[in-house]
Design a protein around this ligand. Sequence first.
Ligand SMILES: NC(=O)c1ccc[n+]([C@@H]2O[C@H](COP(=O)([O-])OP(=O)(O)OC[C@H]3O[C@@H](n4cnc5c(N)ncnc54)[C@H](O)[C@@H]3O)[C@@H](O)[C@H]2O)c1
Length: 251
Amino acid sequence: MVGRWENRVAVVTGGALGIGAAIVRAGAREGARVWALDVDEESGRKLAATAGDAVRFRRVDVTDEAAIARVTDEIVAESGAIDILVNCASRDSNADATTMTSEAWDALMALDLRAPWLMSRAVLPGMIARGGGAIVNIGSLHAIMTAEGAFPYGAAKAGLAGLTRSLALDMGPHGVRVNTVTPGWVLSERVAASFDGDDARRRAVEQTQPLRRMGTPDEIASVVVFVASDEASFVTGANWLVDGGLGARFA
Ligand SMILES: NC(=O)c1ccc[n+]([C@@H]2O[C@H](COP(=O)([O-])OP(=O)(O)OC[C@H]3O[C@@H](n4cnc5c(N)ncnc54)[C@H](O)[C@@H]3O)[C@@H](O)[C@H]2O)c1
């Protein structure tokens, strides 16, 4: 069977662990050469050692403009032109809006909003030259609704949704598609660790989910594979909710 990412070259930021790692594995299973970029060297090396020959890992801080230029040059030289970019690297935030420093604000925005643009800027000229490509930004329900104490993660993810729309419009004439995939609660290693053994809290979160469970990284990865594949060739500027129905809940 021919994979849906057959012969593609894909780059996944935040690809060492969690949802990003699931996307890396899924993309490789679908026939792509997949480069995982992440600051988590230990997880990245483990992934590269277990995910097969099609997967490469590089330790890259995606807020570092020069590092992005170096690694994208390396990828093109070694694997060929980049067909698919998945911007998944991110961290959440629970700052107090009255005391947060502007440095802390800038650091969060640098990762959650500026880095997806920097990565897009690095790969887009090649995609435009070849008349095709797909970018998938991993968003969050916080872009459209949020929770108390999550400042300013929602602002960053709302900005990312705006970035998707602008790029989709401006790059559409070049055949490049840009979409957001929006997870709800997903039981990545990070989220699992955040419960810190508090089973009651975890059950309470599960009870708010229409499906009465959190999602798995693989359930996000399968939608990302589809959205970036030719099966979704008329999908651009869209926001694909993969939230188990959580965004349908009123309160
Ligand atoms: N897990 C959820 O419930 C959930 C819900 C909504 C959205 N999301 C989004 O999904 C994505 C992945 O989430 P996850 O739960 O797998 O989290 P995660 O923390 O496991 O993944 C984020 C990855 O980004 C990497 N990273 C952090 N800073 C980096 C940097 N400067 N350069 C390169 N890599 C960096 C981390 O090392 C990590 O591997 C994120 O964009 C997150 O906002 C997750």
